[in-house]
Design a protein around this ligand. Structure first.
Ligand code: PMP
Length: 400
């Protein structure tokens, strides 16, 4: 092996930043086995608790058989949607999405990553400007990099800075697009949607909202923050994923017919990849329908998140945001790695999130609560975390 590769890996290891794959097994709802231990899974995006719901899977399989779907569509799409990989199942899911969101069209992508790297380069060119929240997801940053438009990043949720960019630069560009997540996955906080909508209107810009961590969780029908705040009609591109609360894989964008057609013609991550298997599309449709009636699960999860935040604060631990994702900032990478190991020993599956996924010096735990958890699963966590953290710090000090 090249010495160069070895050096790079060693450096990551020494910095506490080596990423590794970690096979899990024995999944039962929100519990999972890792290295032979049964743990509460606090790192999953299965927010509605549907991915491990065996009764739901059983019901779906029966429907597949009854509808003869496997015989009719096979397992693999075997071609791009633009060639022979399209199916009426995909169109029917898109129609249902468009109807639910009250927007002209919807378009599926193979994942949220595909959507975010494929949308901006398709829509914008060298005379255009993208204004993006600094803490937007890596897939949005990658989309920016693939796009010929100029881009500027405003400080996280700093809408005054966003407005100053718009005021001083809008006139120099043909199109300007504002890009933001609605719920920020590493911080558990939310964008100010009415403010973004008023800025986009005032400066004649487009608004692109990534609702990856909000679909299934907010709004009467689980359509996301824009639904909850009644601003859906003013969001030009609303993106949601099927891979998190919807327990599937894939993503969608709801938008105007024109934007849809531009994406079909220019979005390389849609055109040059094999379409999702029809059976997966059908599962996404199944879940999308079901989740619209899951208000009870949404309320339960919101209550659980409030209760855990309060209990953590009682232990003197600072939390932020108000979503079901609760960030606990640890700071140094090595400390976060050691502490996560200790928490696993105590029965909690937690993996640390380190730079570059989050800013330098803010390595953290991202406690992700799911609707199939009960308070009894979480009650001991604040005290254990407080104790382990204190021990970890003094241990680290003594060792230096
Ligand atoms: N957007 C955001 C905000 C995300 O957090 C993620 C995944 N973590 C994605 C997009 C990518 O979605 P997917 O997992 O469906 O590729």
């Amino acid at each position: 092996m090249s010495g160069e590769f070895q050096q790079r890996l060693q450096l990551l290891h020494d910095q506490g930043r080596l990423r590794q794959l970690r096979p899990l097994s024995g999944r039962r709802g929100c519990r999972v086995q890792y290295q032979g231990q049964d743990l509460l899974n606090l790192t999953s995006n299965d927010y509605l608790g549907l991915a491990g719901d065996m009764a739901l899977a059983e019901h779906f399989y029966q429907g597949l058989e009854a509808g003869n779907l496997l015989a009719e569509y096979g397992l693999g799409a075997a071609s791009s949607r633009l060639l022979a990989g399209d199916s009426d199942l995909a169109h029917s899911l898109e129609d249902e999405l468009a109807t639910a969101y009250g927007r002209p069209t919807a378009l599926l992508f193979n994942s949220g990553y595909h959507a975010n790297i494929g949308i901006l380069p398709a829509l914008l060119g060298k005379n255009d400007l993208i204004l993006s929240d600094k803490l937007n997801h890596a897939s949005i940053h990658d989309g920016l990099r693939l796009c010929r438009a100029t881009h500027k990043r405003f400080a996280h949720r700093d809408y005054e800075q966003l407005e100053s960019f718009l005021a001083s630069h809008r006139h120099r560009y043909e199109q300007v697009i504002i890009v933001s997540e609605s719920v920020f996955s590493m911080d558990g906080d939310s964008a100010d949607l009415p403010r973004l909508v008023s800025l986009k209107k005032k400066y004649d810009a487009l608004l692109y909202l990534d609702e990856a961590h909000a679909v299934g969780l907010y709004g009467g029908k689980g359509l996301g923050k824009a639904e909850e705040e009644g601003v859906g009609a003013d969001v030009d591109l609303l993106m949601g994923t099927f891979g998190k609360a919807f327990a599937s894989i894939g993503a969608f964008v709801v938008c105007s017919r024109e934007i849809h057609d531009i994406l079909v013609n220019f979005s390389r991550s849609l055109i040059f990849t094999t379409a999702l298997p029809p059976v997966v599309v059908n599962w996404s449709r199944h879940i999308f329908r079901l989740q619209q009636g899951m208000g009870e699960q949404r309320r339960h999860l919101a209550g659980l998140s409030r209760q855990l935040r309060l209990a953590l604060e009682k232990q003197g631990l600072a939390t932020a945001g108000d979503a079901n994702i609760i960030p606990l900032i640890i700071g140094a990478d090595q400390e976060a790695v050691r502490l996560a190991e200790r928490m696993r020993e105590q029965g909690f599956l937690i993996f640390p999130v380190r730079p570059p996924a989050v800013p330098e010096g803010t390595a953290r735990f991202r406690l992700s609560l799911t609707a199939d958890m009960q308070w009894s699963d979480l009650a001991a966590l604040p005290e254990i975390f407080g104790r382990e953290r204190a021990a970890n710090r003094s241990g680290a000090g003594a060792g230096v």
